[in-house]
Ligand binder design. Sequence first.
Ligand SMILES: [Zn+2]
Length: 69
Amino acid sequence: MSELPFSVSCPTCRKTVVWNEESAYRPFCSKRCRDVDLGAWSFEEYRIPGAPVAPEDLPDEIDEEDKPH
Ligand SMILES: [Zn+2]
């Protein structure tokens, strides 16, 4: 199994990136995608992909709900 190429998804564009010496910008697929991600960080616009959290979904009263009244 160790001969199978390890691959990841580019954090910027989700393109499959083979994790080897040829992928100089891994886990990004290209220098452009890496720069986009770093730029997003610097402008504080980076968001965790696929994990949006709405304020109303936060369990702020979970302790009260777990207690028997
Ligand atoms: Zn990419």
